[in-house]
Design a protein. Structure first.
Ligand code: 13P
Length: 265
């Protein structure tokens, strides 16, 4: 099972040091191994190099992901960070299409497809986020929105496979109304969406699906009972590394599945 902490625009050098200190405990190493858990941290670009170096220096079994990449590879695009920049500092995974990027920075479905293409080509594992808004839910447009977000991404992954590119990918269902709201989606809703996503498109290999949106100590065990989920993408609760560790403790020991062979690289 995959546990991804999305730090968003939080943390500082000293908070990062404290966070990694907690994650470097022997108890954590043992538990991850025993339970078959794989942990990743999505840090903001400014801290990526530092976190990645520290994780390696301290030998912490945690993958480091970016929170976004540019739709361009390089050039005169002030403020952007491209796939080659990530690779240059040894970061081999990134969130893509997070709802906060879509909502506050007008990222489009087309941008997400372009980013997916660049990541797959570059060997950067994309964690592609999707999810409906509150108004989609209320107006019965949930599946239409999901279809619009996912279909072109699926086509892009198929195209990559046809070209002999086998970079793994992850999907993260994050209903917009559940993010940071304290209200998480119901088990049946999640199950229905994941079934739609897995069966409604011609994926070249079975998607690995994470869930995000107000996941915390009070609900992670129940959410983990959903066999369709392979992990969680968590914001606020996992800004505290003790909560991340405690969450991991609450999870059942995972059966080794085919998914376990795919690690964040
Ligand atoms: P919260 O866990 O704070 O609801 O955020 C979820 C999220 O956006 C993770 O990417």
């Amino acid at each position: 099972m995959y546990l991804v902490a999305n730090w968003k625009m939080n943390m500082s050098r000293s908070l990062i040091d404290g966070y990694l200190e907690v994650l470097s405990s022997e108890a954590m190493f043992g538990m991850l191994e025993e339970k078959g858990l794989s942990v990743a941290i999505a840090a903001s670009h400014i801290y990526l190099d530092y976190v990645n170096r520290e994780v390696h220096r301290r030998n912490i079994p945690v993958r480091v992901l970016a929170q976004d990449v540019s739709t361009r590879l390089s050039g005169a695009f002030t403020g952007e960070v491209g796939v080659p920049n990530l690779l240059d500092i040894g970061v081999k995974g990134s969130l893509l299409g997070h709802s906060e990027r879509r909502r506050f920075f007008r990222e489009t479905d087309e941008d997400v497809v372009t980013k997916t293409n660049l990541c797959l080509n570059g060997g950067v594992v994309p964690v592609i986020c999707f999810g409906e808004s509150q108004s989609d839910r209320e107006t019965g447009a949930t599946f239409e929105t999901l279809q619009t977000q996912i279909e072109p991404v699926c086509q892009e992954i198929v195209r990559a496979r046809e070209e002999g590119i086998y970079t793994p990918f992850y999907l993260a269902y994050e209903p917009v109304w559940a993010i940071g709201s304290g209200v998480n989606a119901g088990l049946e809703d999640i199950q229905e969406v994941i079934a739609f996503v897995c069966k409604g498109f011609s994926w070249p290999d079975p998607p690995i699906c994470l869930y995000g949106g107000s996941v915390g100590l009070d609900n992670i065990r129940e959410l983990a009972s959903l066999k369709v989920l392979s992990g969680f993408l968590v914001g606020s609760a996992w800004l505290d590394p003790h909560v991340l560790l405690h969450s991991a403790k609450l999870l059942p020991k995972m059966e080794r599945s085919t998914h376990e062979g795919v690690r964040f690289k």
